[in-house]
Design a binder for this molecule. Structure first.
Ligand code: KIV
Length: 275
């Protein structure tokens, strides 16, 4: 019954949650990257990226806003569907945008939209233990969930800006507790943004599920960056963890392939990219 799915491009099997779990077991780094359209999605696939995230960072890099807050569900569904059409092998995650998960029921309706209309295999939401019930509800409906901890861009107006999180012992312990509570609630992946490298290592070691870092040091199970940052398209000052992969690359696809190699070999992130 499912043979056409199994036979399709069987020399390049699609990445699943099982694949990601096995990569963590084997200590093989997971190379992740954001994308917002079909052309770049196909390029990331060809360059060997394992996981593609349709991030609500599109509010900044595509729409030109200062934050991710103005991004709506319709925007996310539109971009996720475009990316899904360009992908074959990578695992596709789409962000739940600001205020799309204020209650369990609304979260479920919106997660279903990202999967059915947007082609996502997993949804990502920002939050700690306060979101555990939402994660549990989505997981109980067999929806794969990534929990985003550390710097949470949807909260910048409340927290006062884009800053490194978890610097003191209390905040670090709270973040570890949050990660474990979200895993217990059913999160299948955790994303750690902008935290000290030692905390990134500690949380990744404690979790059974893979932890993907952005500015979280070299010892998370994988790395993610915003595509336009590594291609040096983003204007202005870039965060410390960003590396421009264009020098030494003759095309955007080569730059992404160099990023994948650097993540897999552990060459990226280097100490200068860490907190
Ligand atoms: O929206 C986004 O692009 C993200 C980053 C952490 C990659 O969530």
């Amino acid at each position: 019954m499912y043979t056409q799915l199994q036979q399709r491009d069987s020399d390049r099997p699609t990445v699943t949650l099982n694949t990601l779990g096995q990569m963590k077991q084997r200590a093989e780094k997971i190379a992740c990257m954001t994308a917002y359209d079909a052309s770049f999605a196909a390029l990331l696939d060809a360059a060997g990226v394992d996981v593609v995230l349709v991030g609500d960072s599109l509010g900044m890099v595509i729409q030109g806003h200062d934050t991710t807050v103005p991004v709506t569900m319709d925007h996310m569904v539109y971009h996720s569907a475009a990316v899904a059409r360009g992908l074959h092998r990578p695992f596709l995650i789409a962000d739940m945008p600001f205020m799309s998960y204020p209650s369990r029921e609304v979260a479920l309706t919106n997660a279903v939209r990202l999967m059915q209309e947007g082609g996502a295999r997993m949804v990502k939401l920002e939050g700690g233990q306060a979101q555990a019930q939402i994660v549990e509800f989505l997981a109980s409906h067999d929806i794969a969930v990534c929990a985003h901890l550390g710097l949470k861009p949807q909260s910048v107006h409340k927290t006062g800006g884009f800053r490194v999180q978890g610097r003191d012992d209390q905040a670090a312990q709270r973040m570890l507790d949050d990660a474990l509570a979200l895993e217990a609630a059913g999160a299948d992946l955790v994303l750690l943004e902008c935290i000290p490298a030692a905390l990134g290592r500690g949380i990744s070691q404690e979790l059974k599920v893979p932890a993907i870092g952005i500015g979280a040091g070299p010892d998370t199970d994988g790395q993610i960056l915003v595509l336009y940052d590594i291609l040096d398209i983003t204007a202005g000052r870039k965060p410390r963890f960003v590396r421009n992969f264009m020098p030494g690359s003759d095309s955007p696809q080569t730059a992404v392939a160099h990023y994948v190699e650097a993540v897999k070999s552990g060459e990226y992130p280097a100490p200068e990219h860490c907190f």
